[in-house]
Write a protein that binds this ligand. Structure first.
Ligand code: HPA
Length: 265
């Protein structure tokens, strides 16, 4: 068990959590919906992100109840672009595994490459393309590093999500997420390349966490909240401010979808 997991158990008790949820840019509203919540700042948790952070991201671990399940929420993540450390989230993910979470739900905000999935919509991630030129398992010394990435995004959770979204009247397309290192946004030419390679959305997070999560044995579910169309696809200006504002619209949908998914776990 990690030292951070011991700290969390001391504060929040030993009851295992049924799932863990990581919140992306502008999606912090989801943390407000947690009932009976306990807030633990990352600064008290060994190995958790220490960098100053990215505006629009929180720096707390929350434990509480959502959709009738006890869950842990990470209100913010460390991105590869902050320190060039692709495995930055490994200690936090190991801690979530030690808290007993069998399932990891990831959210992010992303640029869409699909004209039918515009800003304010959700895209369920079915697979990813790692285009960042690195991998969080580089340096892992054991044969565990050869992680199988087929069905990394759990097919059963995806099927359940579609059923729930359609019952709730939420449009939910599924697609391939393209991990771009950032922190600059893509050029229009890079967006054209991502489209030709078969991607449907582009973003700067999630894929390294999914690789680590599969190493650790989590069932993984991930969903993008579309903040903008990819660079050059429309006249819209892309900025971090715009990302945070538009992500709120997707957050309203995730606020309905995620509790229902937790209930169905
Ligand atoms: N590109 C990469 N990451 C993003 C974008 C984008 O267009 N929008 C929100 N996050």
């Amino acid at each position: 068990m990690t030292k951070a997991a011991k700290t969390i158990r001391k504060i929040a008790g030993d009851t295992p959590v049924a799932a863990a949820l990581i919140l992306g840019s502008g999606l912090s509203a989801l943390g407000d919906d947690l009932r009976d919540r306990i807030v633990i700042p990352y600064s008290e948790l060994k190995g958790f992100p220490r960098s100053s952070g990215v505006s629009g991201h929180g720096r707390d671990l929350l434990i509480g109840e959502m959709g009738g399940k006890r869950i842990a929420i990470l209100t913010g993540r460390e991105h590869y672009y902050e320190r060039g450390h692709a495995a930055a989230m490994r200690p936090a993910l190991e801690t979530l595994a030690a808290l007993g979470a069998p399932t990891l739900l990831l959210t992010n905000s992303a640029g869409s490459l699909d004209p039918e999935t515009g800003p304010g919509n959700l895209m369920l991630i079915a697979d990813h393309i790692n285009h960042a030129g690195t991998n969080p398992l580089i340096g892992e010394p054991t044969d565990r590093r050869f992680v199988n990435m087929v069905d990394a995004y759990d097919p059963d959770l995806r099927r359940k999500s579609h059923e729930i979204a359609s019952a709730l009247g939420i449009a939910l397309k599924e697609g391939v997420y393209f991990w771009y290192s950032g922190p600059s946004f893509e050029t229009p030419a890079e967006i054209q390349m991502a489209i030709r390679l078969g991607a449907n959305a582009v973003g700067m997070s999630t894929a390294p966490e999914v690789i680590l999560a599969r190493l650790l044995g989590f069932k993984v579910w991930a969903c993008s909240s579309i903040a903008n169309m990819g660079a050059g696809l429309t006249d819209e200006q892309i900025s971090h401010e715009h990302t945070k504002t538009m992500a709120v619209r997707g957050a309203e949908k995730l606020r309905r979808l995620i509790p229902a998914l937790l209930e169905a776990l």
